[in-house]
Design a protein around this ligand. Sequence first.
Ligand SMILES: *Cc1c(COP(=O)(O)O)cnc(C)c1O
Length: 401
Amino acid sequence: MSQKTKIPFVDLVTPHVQLEDELVSVFKTTLRTAGFIGGPMVEGFENDFAKFCDSPHCIGVGSGTDALRFALIAAGVQAGDIVLTVPLTFIATAEAISQSEARPDFIDVDPHTYTMDPAKLRAYLENECDVDRNTGRPTHRKSHKPVTAIVPVHLYGQSADMDPILEIAAKYNLMVIEDACQAHGTEYFSKKENRWRKAGSMGHAAAFSFYPGKNLGACGEGGAITTNDSEIASKCRMLRDHGQSKKYYHDVLGYNGRLDSLQAGILRVKLQHLSRWNNERRECAKRYNEMLAPLGASIAVPHQPSWSNPVYHLYVIRSTNRDDLQKHLNEAGIGTGIHYPIPVHLQKPYASLGYQRGDFPVSEEAADQILSLPMYAGLNAEEQQHVAGAIAEFESAFATR
Ligand SMILES: *Cc1c(COP(=O)(O)O)cnc(C)c1O
């Protein structure tokens, strides 16, 4: 391949061109029925996506951030609560906690899986909290605020280690809201239940995003909540629609957070291809692993524990020369990304929480070293060879410097 080869970080054109006739017919149906908000397209997609996630309820909403916020509020999170999540995530995870008027507090991630470290979650609850005898829930010793929920993030399409997280949550009477925004179809093997479980079916509720670049993406904004709790489901249905259970009869203050019918119709078409696309991503990941193996320890490939069947929303490697490597790949026409360069506790909007560099060292070190390579269904072996070749070229030049 020539030096000019352009390998994009993500390809959002090809899948839509392949499905163009079906997608255009969704648009025509929407126009001809004027079914723009709610109706059979939204309900049809909600039913299909609930089934896909092994969850009894699905509520379509305006975005993944809406999904997280509504799920937290519906699960009973209140102003002044502490909700625990990870620093290595998209800021929306923490934003949704703040928007539900709770305060995010952070549990560092595992250095290999980049998801919430259950041992550190346990240590936080044991060492920094007292258990309130009335509620059975922990109270943060320093701030006297109650801890009421945990938001584990299934980052890069790999599940958090849910067995211990769910066990700790049950012990402390905490709600668990999965951030499954990068994990449509992700599976986790529960030793406790001796079966594979789908992301979105394990916590009290889960949030999905259908932002265009996600494994299941709309042609615009979209999101969904899945839950096995019918009370949380009906609360989320009200919250997305101005708190009304019946038109113009408002029971609670809600939001304008509905999923467009057009997007629901598009998502329903694309959902039929999601399992195949996820399998193609898994094959791409396997090929990258093999191609990068000869580079040894200088490039760390994603760690996949035996309990994990990820959907590789992102394929993230690790290098101590990340910035130079990214520059080299960019010059070779290879698109890359960093997810995410600044951990949430060090982002400006959270300066008031008073965290410093050093507070969550595993997330901070990862943020300095991670690099997301091109990854999408349809990425072929030849293109991947070009990526791997460019990385090898950089590494050998670096080694002889
Ligand atoms: C994309 C994403 C969100 C937010 O979803 P939006 O649809 O963009 O609001 C939240 N959390 C994670 C981990 C995400 O990747």
